[in-house]
Design a binder for this molecule. Sequence first.
Ligand code: DP6
Length: 357
Amino acid sequence: MAVYQATASAPVNIACIKYWGKRDTKLILPTNSSLSVTLDQDHLRSTTTSRADPSFKHDRLWLNGEEEEIKDGGRMATCIAEMKRLRKEEVEDKQPNEPKLSTYPVHIASFNNFPTAAGLASSASGFAALVSSLAQLYQLPVSPSTLSVIARQGSGSACRSLFGGFVAWEQGTKPDGSDSLAVQVAPQSHWPDIHALICVVSDDKKGTSSTSGMQRTVETSPLLQHRIKHVVPQRMVDISKAILDRDFDAFAAITMADSNQFHAVALDTEPPIFYMNDVSRAIIALIVEYNRVSVAKGLGRKAAYTYDAGPNAVIYTKKENVKEIVELIVKYFPQKEGSFKDVFGLFGGADVAKSEG
Ligand code: DP6
């Protein structure tokens, strides 16, 4: 008997222009476009195996070895149903001899290989890997952008993990969300010099989830309205140009400004949301000073910090500066135990540093 099984993996991405706010919470349509860098390291990935079998009773899911319920009408159920629909429309309806995999229940097992110490959200890589593995299982003749429309319905930021390199999520205008999808702005090979240094300030579970936090921001923040109308559209244009021109100074300025504004809209939410802590703010001060010295020497900015819905810093820089920045951080934020070397190699695509300081 034929075995229908496929495995795929997807990496984590970190946004430079932040997605924060939905105009449609069911379809996960954003209030603004966003742009991220997909981290290429083998260490920061979700790997998912899917299997379809007519003898299975119903769809089931295991995350890191533990079974999770697939709630009716929930995000996971939606993604699986959408992938089965594509299988039927794109394969079975067109080629009647193909097996009717869309009618078989699926069993899905997913693993994240990143250490919990990295404190990274796994929903982006998780849903991207889920959609990729089902696309392979179902032999779908569709583009990554088409798959991104489905991954988006699992977790908004997941749509960007369908591509490597520099990736935009275009907010789209259609009510059905068919044009709210990810596109690659440039492959990693266009600017391989860019590295991401991940500074783990705390691996505690965050206080306010992205999903509920951004909804509260949409409902209460006047600043968000200014951001989505008057700030993000131009930033998307400017950062895409900076990437295409390999202009690190401009890339850094926009990335830091957008992180700042994202945390400003969190603070402008009622009740206010604080994602950064004192260590996060001290790292900002360090990078600001580091850039000030570099700009004074006529070298432009050498580093860019960005923070998501938590206190951990991601620092983008060029490879030539990674060592210097890691040394600076170690100097000002001494490690309690171990050091950078026990997490990730310094010159991978992503470099992870842990500091509880
Ligand atoms: C701050 O994609 O996790 O990381 O769509 O509700 O699942 P849902 O939210 P999620 O939000 C990510 C928010 C962010 C910014 C970003 O990645 O663009």
